[in-house]
Design a protein around this ligand. Structure first.
Ligand code: NAG
Length: 252
């Protein structure tokens, strides 16, 4: 997983320094910037020093001092907390390291919005008193934040709408699906509206109730078959005519 992807899935910035010793002991420092708001108001700088996977000591910018978690770590914390130079550096890191880098990295990805591919399809047709079900899907969009809603004659429909979460495709893109259960009325217009950073205007897909997708596909397949049949029949007829005209008929 690339660093940038990691950043997107969990807004954590990480930089680590590794120190390995000859016998396979493993000591490392991890610098993390944890935030979820776009103005970085909730930014937390977390420095952790670990030995063989165990965290010894941590500096958390919300706490403002080092805290030891092991016997070793407590000694480190004591020493670091006494050291003005170190503490000044750690306290400044939330601005100088975290907010500074987050701004650069975010500006590299924020304007790279990719417009979703929106499809509208029938899941179930109305039968008796069973309602019809429509599905609106948005595929291959970035970033994650998206809004899918339904309109009936221009009015927002809120009941009988079920949406999935935005699902990560694992390649930076996301998809989302929303189902609408409704009783069709003639003359009405049902639309799916998708709002996303990639498009200044909402993306609107109108439902054409007279001919659901499945029916349209059946007609398309059927007519292609018909055309193919006519072509083959015509070719056969021409071939037959050519053959029969070349033959000399002998009367008996
Ligand atoms: C940092 O400290 C704050 C305040 O104690 C706490 O709420 C937060 O969970 C800590 N962050 C981490 C990552 O430990």
């Amino acid at each position: 997983m690339s660093v940038r992807k990691f950043l997107i899935f969990h807004p954590i910035l990480m930089l680590s320094a590794f120190i390995g010793t000859a016998d396979g002991y493993y000591e490392y420092m991890k610098h993390e910037c944890i935030y979820s708001t776009s103005d970085y108001s909730d930014m937390v700088y977390l420095l952790s020093k670990s030995f063989n996977k165990v965290v010894d000591v941590q500096f958390n910018s919300s706490v403002g001092k080092c805290v030891g978690y092991t016997e070793e770590g407590v000694k480190y914390a004591e020493n670091w907390n006494k050291d003005q130079a170190i503490m000044q550096q750690y306290k400044a890191a939330v601005d100088r390291f975290c907010r500074y880098n987050a701004q650069i990295i975010d500006s590299n990805v924020r304007d790279k919005a990719v417009k979703p591919e929106v499809t509208l399809s029938s899941v179930k047709q109305a039968e008796g008193n069973h309602p019809a079900v429509l599905m609106c899907s948005a595929y291959e969009f970035y970033p994650k934040k998206i809004k899918v809603s339904w309109l009936r004659d221009g009015k927002l429909m809120t009941s009988d709408v079920t949406s999935t979460m935005e699902m990560a495709d694992g390649d930076w893109y996301y998809q989302i699906h929303s189902e609408l259960e409704y009783t069709p009325k003639s003359g009405e217009k049902i639309s799916c509206v998708v709002e996303h950073a990639s498009s200044p205007q909402p993306i609107v897909k109108d439902w054409n109730p007279s001919m659901p997708d499945i029916e349209r596909n059946k007609i398309a397949i059927g007519s292609s078959g018909l055309v193919l049949g006519i072509i083959i029949a015509a070719a056969g007829l021409i071939y037959y005519k050519k053959k029969s005209s070349g033959r000399i008929l002998v009367p008996n």
